[in-house]
Design a protein around this ligand. Sequence first.
Ligand SMILES: C[S@@+](CC[C@H](N)C(=O)[O-])C[C@H]1O[C@@H](n2cnc3c(N)ncnc32)[C@H](O)[C@@H]1O
Length: 324
Amino acid sequence: MMINLNFPQSIKIADLGCAWGQNTFLTMSEIRVKRKGSCFVSGVPGSFYSRLFPRNSLHFAHSSYSLHWLSKVPQGLEKNTSSVYITTSSLPSAYEAYLNQFQRDFGTFLRMRSEEMVCNGRMVLTFIGRSTLDDPLYRDCCHFWTLISESMCDLVFEGIMSASKVESLNMPFYDPSKEEVKEVIQNEGSFEINDLEIHGFDLGQSSGNNEEGGAGEKEAKCIRAVSESMLVAHFGDDIIDALFNKFAYHASQHAGCACETTVTLVVSLNRENNNFIRNCPCNLVRSTSLYVASLHHHSIHLSDENIYDEIKHLRCFFNQKLKP
Ligand SMILES: C[S@@+](CC[C@H](N)C(=O)[O-])C[C@H]1O[C@@H](n2cnc3c(N)ncnc32)[C@H](O)[C@@H]1O
């Protein structure tokens, strides 16, 4: 990677969706331990579905368990009332709505990073996905959103939660298949896939009866950690303890289940260097790219390296001319 990056003096790395607390430092401390030397760290507020860093500045971008969160709940889920997410009983339109939103969001994420990353920069993304099955609506019985939906149903039955509040809730989440991820990357076109792997996903189901509590409790804690703030915003905080007690119970009923549809997807990407002209920041270089386009029009074809040299020469030329 260092050879491909021309041995830069400093390497700029971003961890997108780093959370707060202990997890925030996991990736960066790992990198720091391996590479001694001075290091400047900063936190950048904002959504990774928007621009966060200067153009052509990042050498390596990483994101762990964050990209399955969509920028918003997709439109068109009014009829998806029996569950907070896609289940076997959802309409195909629910799947289409979720897939469309994922395609839009992940495509935007790639486009934003393509502007921020240097040519040949690398990106490693880890997120929740599903193993490919013929039925895109199928989620196994121990899927965490299915268990949340069942827990909510119990609380509605007991008169603790309002049915209409439960029916109107849908998670801004999508677990894409490997093929769906590949398609968005290829359609967006800025990154080349080095590797795309599927790994197991375990929220503690396989070690339910350990010192952390009874079967299901570990899973309840994990799901509570990632969803509590969203659920409180929708229902208020009075029902949260009761909801996750129910969740732990339902999860315990599936303690022996091997989770089949939920997987971890890990994709390693390389920033291709074929569209830097699109990203050139200043008008001067944009007009230079018009000049290059005109060379192309006259069948004078240049490789990307030649175009880059051409732009550098023209920049020097204009800079000299424009000096007061
Ligand atoms: C499950 S945590 C993962 C935290 C950490 N990366 C890890 O692996 O332990 C998901 C994180 O993604 C962040 N996140 C979700 N959507 C985001 C967005 N659009 N922009 C930036 N961060 C986002 C959340 O705030 C949360 O901190």
